[in-house]
Unconditional design. Structure first.
Length: 248
């Protein structure tokens, strides 16, 4: 059950939406899937238990049939393209990027195309034509080329920016990448979700994206997701939507 002190700000914000007769739209993105694992089973069990649709951002070069078989009867799971190999090509002094300006554009566009084709053929029914760049970064000059490959949207982190391709982004990351490596303090994540809700209440119509990485979750991360789904399940003011719904 939710610790009431920590979760109260979210309960209060959802109440505000409910009183206004409004429903906030959420979507859930989990990154770096390659193959079936116990951690993936744990994630899928939460999706099943709370009927929450999820998008797995799958690394095309490393994945194969085993993941497709595991997901075959998971009707709420969609699959998006997460880079090609998820290898960093930036120098040690830069932020990590697979698809920055470190390599020829033609080479990267070829990888973007191979990733699209590979995951579409492995995951036909679950495939969504959305590109999720590793570390949420991609060279801006590649963006106008994405629709020609077949991508309908880009998914990175932060409020969506207008550009050459639509963005369906994530906004709240539960992990503390630069500190403990585990889950961020639950109160901090709750505060971030409430801030996003307030921004949407003021008129921004993009859905709120929650970002997770099942392979590195500690107990606190699993607990956070479970409690979030539990809290949202008793409110009429928040709705988990499939990513497909936000594509034109
Ligand atoms: Zn990743």
């Amino acid at each position: 059950m939710a610790n009431e002190t920590i979760w109260q700000p979210l309960l209060d914000e959802l109440k505000r939406w409910e009183d206004a007769g409004r429903v906030a739209r959420f979507w859930f993105r989990d990154d770096d899937a390659i193959e079936p694992t116990e951690a993936l089973d744990q994630l899928l069990a939460l999706s099943d238990r709370f009927s929450v649709p999820m998008t797995l951002a799958v690394i095309p070069a490393s994945t194969g049939e085993a993941l497709a078989v595991r997901l075959a009867d998971q009707s709420r799971i969609s699959v998006a393209v997460h880079g090609w190999t998820h290898k960093n090509h930036a120098s040690a002094s830069e932020k990590k990027q697979e698809l920055g300006s470190h390599r020829p554009a033609d080479q990267m566009l070829d990888e973007l195309s191979r990733g699209y084709e590979r995951l579409r053929s492995l995951h036909t029914a679950r495939f969504v034509p959305v590109f999720v760049p590793p570390w949420n970064r991609i060279a801006s000059d590649l963006l106008p080329e994405l629709p020609g490959i077949g991508y309908q949207a880009l998914s990175v982190f932060g409020i969506a920016k207008p550009g050459a391709i639509a963005q369906v982004n994530t906004h709240v990351d539960i992990m503390d990448w630069h500190g403990t490596g585990g889950c961020r303090p639950h109160a901090d994540i709750v505060r971030d979700i409430v801030r996003q809700l307030d921004n949407r209440f003021q008129g921004n119509e993009e859905p709120i994206g929650i970002l997770t990485h099942h392979l590195v979750h500690d107990a606190a991360a699993w607990d956070f997701i479970e409690t979030l789904f539990d809290v949202m399940s008793v409110s009429r003011a928040g709705s988990w939507r499939p990513l497909e719904e936000f594509l034109d």
